[in-house]
Design a protein around this ligand. Structure first.
Ligand code: ZN
Length: 644
């Protein structure tokens, strides 16, 4: 099996588990994949972009039972939400695989039998500590607790000692072949630091993997021994084969396999960089070129997860901004190998400064001048002078660099370079002052040249941002009077002078909304500043009370919020992190007397913006006579201690 002569590009995301609603973390992986798929289509490659859902296993079975629905009904609901989100984010996947589909189940069973006949799958008995939540046996080096059991190092839950008849995959036989493969293909795992992790793990020795369960019904049955179902990870990984046509569209499969890049979160690196190539070696398939483990988006320095309650819902941002600002922010803010910290302030700052100011203004003023000075018609003007030539040549050079950076998956750097060019064009306009030339009837040709260079640069810029912001790129092209789709122009054929003279441009409307932070997050009044009202609250149960994360906070800094009577901006130490909060207590306490005091803070309240400051926590205070009195601790307690 080898690729045919026309160049192909096969990119995949992990298939997402359907026990959870999709959040920014899922969106991030899929947006990276989409930008790379779109770029490679521009390069003229035949692209196959695969995403989908992982729908079997004990966790789905349990989650469905808790909701009183069938596993399939639960999966259908979540799949619907995921597909809606991909639509809202303008994701251009070529196929969406669901692991419940018959072609996938048949493909997995076929490979299972092949490995069994070969002796790489055999039956035995497994006894081990099993984490129900992660559907994973714990590594044997996890220590026993004083109570005699084990705690899952991944999720902190208590594991169960399980003994069952099961089928094993002979992973131990692949230790040497894997190490040989890694040393011959050092780019297989990226970024390079992750390759080192993988190699040292494999060097320590590999044990055979238990790959079936008898305790789980919601899974693919072992073909000739149906009381066993195939372990969800063995099932799911094969989506990369079946999704590309394995065993049901062999022409497609032979065209696209092996994948160019499996894009994954770093938490599932071991499955993709060790187990997956071992399964493929055993079954005789060529191995994928690259497994790229990207970083996580953190919120307040913690990984987003449903259990931590710090998940960001992308729909809130999409409602205000549409897909492109979020796509831009996630890809621009951090290189894809490292972790990033998501804050609403950071997001808005980037959107306002890079999109509304730098790019939005460039487009707006260039088009407005062409409309005002040249009746909206693009003209060539006089011959290029040196600074005009620099703008044209700057674009050609940029196009080459952006291509190299995309090939290297350095999307953040590519956007950085594009923005450096945008700013160079803005500077070119500022230096040449076309608005002054317009006052002088003898300078019409010079003026036309400057506006041509700017408009041609804008056309080129929008082409280069297309993989990341496809909707905005097309909008700008339409404003420039282009009638074709951006994606129709091949990368090689995209030239500065493709902007035709005589083209009539459209009247611009703002491309990116300028939004103030206080309008973005709902403005909320701190409770201690609200008027006193006698009221009896509803009775709540203990579980409802427990949903509040109350902690001991130590005040590190306090200062008055300018222009207010009693608002204080307070920085509080919560043991493992610092937070900023705003409270209406400045009429009772001076900033100086608050520093060093310890008090009770609620830390899992939705952040609110008060006077332009994101308040990330709230202190507890008694209200009396319109004043807020804070209960400070009268004994020493460590910052971060839980209050209950
Ligand atoms: Zn666990």
């Amino acid at each position: 099996m080898s690729k045919t002569s026309k160049e192909t590009f096969y990119i995949s995301t992990p298939i997402y588990y359907v026990n959870d609603i999709p959040h920014i973390g899922h969106a991030y992986t899929t947006i990276i994949a989409d930008a790379l798929a779109r770029f490679n289509r521009l390069r003229g490659k035949d692209v196959f972009f695969l995403t989908g859902t992982d729908e079997h296993g004990q966790k789905i079975e349990k989650a469905a039972a808790e909701k009183g629905v069938t596993p399939l009904a639960l999966a259908n609901t979540v799949v619907g939400r995921i597909k809606d989100l991909w639509k809202a984010l303008n994701i251009s996947n070529d196929f969406f695989i669901r692991t419940i589909e018959p072609f996938h189940e048949k493909g997995v069973q076929k490979i299972f039998l092949r490995l069994k006949e070969k002796g790489d799958i055999y039956k035995g008995t497994y006894q081990g500590w099993y984490c129900v939540s992660d559907e994973n046996f714990l590594a044997e080096d996890v220590p026993l607790q004083p109570e005699g059991d084990k705690i899952c190092p991944d999720c902190g839950k208590r594991a169960l000692l399980v003994s069952e008849e099961c089928y094993f995959f002979r992973l131990s036989a692949y230790q040497e072949p894997l190490l040989k493969f890694y040393s011959e293909n050092p780019g297989f795992v990226r970024p390079p630091g992750r390759m080192n992790e993988v190699v040292s793990f494999v060097r320590q020795g590999l044990k055979d993997l238990s790959i079936t369960r008898t305790t789980v019904k919601w899974g693919i049955p072992v073909p000739d021994d149906p009381k066993h179902t195939i372990y969800v990870w063995f099932d799911a990984l094969h989506n990369y084969l079946t999704g590309a046509g394995y065993d049901w569209d062999l022409k497609k499969f032979e065209r696209f396999w092996p994948a160019d890049i499996h894009l994954i979160g770093k938490d599932i690196l071991r499955f993709h960089a060790i187990f997956w190539p071992a399964f493929l070696m055993a079954a005789g398939f060529p191995l994928p070129h690259t497994v790229y483990g990207h970083g996580w988006w953190l919120k307040d320095e913690a990984k987003m997860s449903k259990s931590k309650g710090n998940v960001l819902d992308p729909h809130v941002i999409l409602k205000t901004f549409g897909p492109d600002p979020l796509r831009y922010f996630l890809l621009r803010e951090i290189p894809i190998g490292v972790d990033g910290n998501f804050s609403h302030e950071g997001f808005l700052h980037r959107v306002n400064s890079d999109l509304a100011n730098d790019l939005g203004n460039l487009v707006h003023r260039t088009l407005t001048m062409i409309l005002g000075y040249q009746k909206g018609v693009v003209e060539a003007g006089d011959d290029e002078q040196e600074n005009d030539r620099a703008i044209r040549e700057g674009f050609e050079a940029l196009k080459g660099r952006v291509s190299e950076l995309f090939e290297d998956y350095a999307l953040s750097k590519a956007l950085e370079e594009i923005w450096a060019y945008i700013n160079a064009v803005n500077k070119y306009l500022a230096d040449n002052e076309p608005w002054k030339l317009a006052q002088d009837g003898t300078k019409k040709q010079r003026l036309a040249r400057i506006l041509y260079q700017s408009a041609a640069a804008i056309r080129g810029i929008s082409y280069l941002i297309y993989p990341v912001m496809p909707g905005s790129a097309q909008k700008i092209w339409n404003l420039l009077g282009e009638t074709k789709a951006v994606a129709e122009e091949p990368y090689e054929g995209c030239r500065f002078e493709n902007l035709r003279t005589g083209t009539k441009i459209q009247r611009p409307s703002p491309l990116f909304p300028r939004v103030a932070l206080k309008d973005f997050l709902q403005e909320e009044v701190p409770s201690s500043a609200a008027p006193k009202k006698e009221e009896r609250m509803d009775i709540i149960n203990f579980d409802e009370f427990k949903r509040m994360d109350l902690r001991v906070g130590e005040i590190l800094k306090a200062e008055k919020v300018p222009g207010t009577d009693k608002l204080l901006k307070i920085e509080v130490n919560l043991g493992t992190e610092k937070r900023t909060m705003v409270a209406g207590v400045g009429d009772v306490y001076t900033p100086e007397e608050m520093v060093g005091k310890k008090l009770i803070v609620i830390v899992n309240l939705k952040p609110a913006v008060i006077r332009g400051i994101e308040s990330q926590a709230m202190l507890l205070a008694a209200e009396t006579g319109g004043k807020a009195i804070i209960p400070f601790f009268d004994r020493d307690v460590p910052a971060g201690a839980k209050v209950k």
